[in-house]
Structure formats: structure tokens, C-alpha cells
Design a protein. Structure first.
Length: 453
């Protein structure tokens, strides 16, 4: 089977790694990919935004299955385009991807069908702000309605912070058109949990539950990012809790989507808060999460290609999706300045010095000449009559550069293994959190946190 994965991040690298283990998969392609994906697949220089170009390439190259990683192509209808051309593609339609494309639409759906979530009020005009804030209690979650690449949520501690957040979204367009409408949402207290589940619109098969870290700094300090690390599974996500989540949230949501004429197929990502009253939905995403994918796929026992084909062919009920025992911990290595502006083109050293079994999933990387040697070579080229430049190496090319992942029988072992290796993969200005999964090793991990970042 010839498989195309759309995207260029660590999520897509992890997908390719897992697909490469399947006897059903022959040739792998990634569009556009990164330096790491070249080891597993042929990179195709087509951006995820070129939906028609991707469909044409898939048709011309006899691709049997396409898996879409990022949310934006899904929201914009890549699945619909592929299906109209008779191409197998994994992911929800544009109508179903509204679960991530519009927080307001999703909130209305949840409230309509009685699916546990927080109360909210929608602002469509900045002039509504003062009156709406009069009706709110604090802290308050201020959310841009549209897709903001993980940067559309602010937890406002008081009225002034809430007003400023609304202004940033609606007036200053800090997240573009995603902030044209804003939700003022009840702040839910408890412990966050990410639950990713395969579904063909009828059957639901959850992956290992995970916890991710969105803030850039230790102790959940600093601005939101796309994710600085994750681990799976957390101790508090007991089988009983997971069954409650499936029964009260996942199954009713899939049924609600079908009732609305928007059947959902693909991966349903539920961002949940485990409150004293039970699990409640913070948000839905319409695809595999990043960095959660990097820690849940290593714990997946069932052949990923087999699962994806079962979803695409609406026969997931005939397949047992099983997980492996043990624990997985992943740490993101980010560029200096991320999530703000950051340098690129910096050499990455130490990738060949990591322990056996450490998984390295590339995100913002590319191959290129080592600037430390290339400048010297350019100056001496004529004098020494050297025709060949230094060999290309792995360079930084984004904010989140790498995710290092370790699996082990216990979380303590997995965490220790990954953090022993993180300092070995280096580049100038490399930044990472030092507290991923730390709460799993502490007695306070059994106490609910108040994080809704």
C-alpha cells in the first residue's frame, strides 16, 4: 500500500514511524515533510495549504491512502476534495471539522445535546464586551472562535485581563480572523486530560489517555504554545474514568454529529477537564494532537494502517484496537524565543549520541550546509580549488524543533530515560521544559490542578 502523510511536524513524523512498522505499508510519502521524515519517506514539496495540488499528486502517483495531520487542511475541506476524486483519505469532512474550526458552533452543539461542558457567551461585536463581562465570574476563559493554532485561549484572572484579551482577538487581530468572534467561557477547575479516539462515525476506539503541557515555561509559566511535551497514560485516568468519558462525552458527540448531518470520521480529540462533578469538554480538535501523538502512538499495539483503513471503510466495529502496557514521556526541544520570533538555520548536534530506544520525532528541521563550515569553505574554495561543499546536516527550521520520547514499564523510568538524553541533542538557544510528567512522581499528582491553559 502506498501511503501519503500530509504535514511537516513531529506528529507526521510519528505517524510515518508507526506506519513503517505495518506489513500492509509499502511506500511512504510525506508532503512536505522535514529532515527526519526523509529517513522513512519520500518528501513531496507540496504545502498542506495546496489542497488541489495534493489531490492531483495523490491521483497521479497512485496513492492508496492519505492521512492528513494538520487541522487547517481538514477545516478547509481536503477530505471532501479527495473523496470527490475517488481517493481514500483519513480525516473528517469540512462540515465535521467544524468541531475544531468554530468553538462557538461546538459549544452550541454540546449544550444542545447535553454533553458536559462549561457555560459560555458568544461575542460577535467588541461593543458587547462590557455588558457581557458584567455577567461573568472570574477567572474566565477567553477563546477565539476560529482555529488559532493553539494560541487562541487566554485565562483571564480579572475583568481587565479579560477585556484586554477580547481586544487583542477582536480589535488587534492577534490571531487573525480566528478572533473575529470570541467566547467568554466558564473556567473549569480540575485536571486536564487529552483523549484521542478513532471513530468511523459509529464505533469509537480510544487511544491511551495523555496529558500535555501548553505553557512555554516550567510550572506552566509564560505564553501558550503548540505544546512543550506530553506523557501517557496519567495515573488518574483509570479504566472507570475512561469508560465514563466514552459513555458521557465521546459516544454522545459522535451521535450528535450524525444527528446534525455531519457524520464524523477520523480522530476525535477531546480536550477535557476532570472536575469534581466529572469530566467536561474544554475543546475538540479534529485530528491527532501534537505532542500527544508522539507519546500515544508508541503505546498502540494494533497495526495503525489497519485501524486507519477500518475507519475509512466504516468497519471499525470489526477490529479490536489494543494498547501496550507501560508509560511514555515526550519532551519538546524549542527554539530560543518561541512562541514569539526565533532564529532558524542553526546546526543540531548530538542526534547520533542518544541511547538506543529513544525516539526522535522531527518538527521544525531541514537539511542544509553547516554554516560553521560553509562560510569557511566559500572563502577558501578558489584558493584550495575545492569543488564539493561540506555535506548537509540537520538544521533548525521552526519554533518547535524536535520531540524526544522514551517508553518504559513505569513513568518514572520513562521520564528518567528521556531527560538523560534531552541535553545531548543541542542547538544554540535550545529551550525545553524540565517538568514534563513530574507530577506523576509526586504525591500531589493525586490532587486536582487548576490548569486550563
Amino acid at each position: 500500500m502506498r501511503v501519503l502523510v500530509v504535514g511537516s511536524g513531529a506528529r507526521e513524523h510519528a505517524l510515518l514511524w508507526k506506519l513503517a512498522l505495518s506489513p500492509q505499508v509499502g511506500k511512504l510519502y510525506c508532503a512536505p515533510g522535514n529532515a527526519g521524515t526523509t529517513i522513512l519517506a519520500n518528501n513531496v514539496p507540496i504545502p498542506p495549504s495546496d489542497l488541489q495540488g495534493l489531490a492531483s499528486w495523490a491521483a497521479d502517483n497512485r496513492i492508496d491512502l492519505t492521512i492528513v495531520g494538520p487541522e487547517r487542511p481538514l477545516i478547509e475541506g481536503i477530505v471532501d476534495i479527495f473523496q470527490r476524486r475517488g481517493l481514500r483519505v483519513f480525516g473528517p469532512s469540512a462540515a465535521a471539522a467544524a468541531l475544531e474550526g468554530s468553538k462557538a458552533w461546538t459549544k452550541q452543539l454540546l449544550l444542545k445535546y447535553g454533553i458536559p461542558t462549561g457555560a459560555a457567551e458568544l461575542l460577535t461585536d467588541f461593543r458587547q464586551t462590557e455588558a457581557a463581562l458584567d455577567r461573568c465570574s472570574f477567572p474566565l476563559a477567553v477563546k477565539a472562535d476560529g482555529d488559532a493554532a493553539g494560541k487562541g485561549v487566554v485565562i483571564a484572572r480579572d475583568r481587565d485581563e479579560a477585556r484586554l484579551a477580547v481586544k487583542d482577538f477582536m480589535v488587534d487581530h492577534a490571531v487573525g480572523t480566528a478572533g473575529d468572534r470570541v467566547l467568554l467561557e466558564q473556567f473549569l477547575e480540575g485536571t486536564e486530560l487529552s483523549v484521542l479516539a478513532f471513530t468511523d462515525g459509529r464505533t469509537i476506539a480510544p487511544l491511551s489517555p495523555a496529558c500535555d503541557y501548553k505553557r512555554v515555561g516550567d510550572g506552566d509559566q509564560g505564553p501558550n504554545t503548540g505544546g512543550m511535551g506530553a506523557y501517557a497514560p496519567p495515573r488518574f485516568a483509570t479504566p472507570e474514568l475512561m469508560e465514563t468519558i466514552k459513555r458521557t462525552i465521546l459516544e454522545p458527540t459522535v451521535a450528535a454529529m450524525a444527528a446534525e448531518g455531519r457524520p464524523y470520521s477520523g480522530v476525535l480529540y477531546a480536550g477535557l477537564m476532570i472536575t469534581p462533578e466529572g469530566p467536561k469538554v474544554i475543546e475538540y480538535n479534529c485530528r491527532l494532537g501534537d505532542p500527544e501523538t508522539q507519546v500515544v502512538l508508541p503505546l498502540l499495539k494494533t497495526d495503525l494502517a489497519e485501524i486507519v483503513m477500518a475507519v475509512v471503510e466504516s468497519r471499525l466495529d470489526h477490529l479490536a484496537v489494543e494498547q501496550l502496557p507501560g508509560a511514555c514521556c515526550g519532551v519538546v526541544l524549542a527554539s530560543q524565543g518561541y512562541p514569539g520570533s526565533y532564529p532558524t538555520g542553526l546546526p543540531i548536534d548530538g542526534l547520533d549520541s542518544l541511547d538506543d530506544g529513544i525516539l526522535v520525532f522531527h518538527a521544525g528541521t531541514k537539511m542544509g550546509p553547516d554554516p560553521r563550515k560553509h562560510d569557511r569553505w566559500s572563502k577558501l574554495k578558489k584558493e584550495l580549488q575545492i569543488d564539493s561543499p561540506p555535506s548537509d546536516i540537520v538544521l533548525t527550521a521552526g519554533g518547535r524543533v524536535l520531540t524526544l520520547v522514551a517508553c518504559a514499564p513505569t513513568m518514572a523510568e520513562a521520564r528518567d530515560r528521556v531527560y538523560r538524553n534531552v541535553p545531548r541533542a543541542t542547538f544554540d538557544g535550545c529551550h525545553y521544559r524540565t517538568d514534563i510528567a513530574l507530577r506523576e512522581l509526586s504525591a500531589i499528582s493525586d490532587q486536582p490542578s487548576a490548569l486550563q491553559s
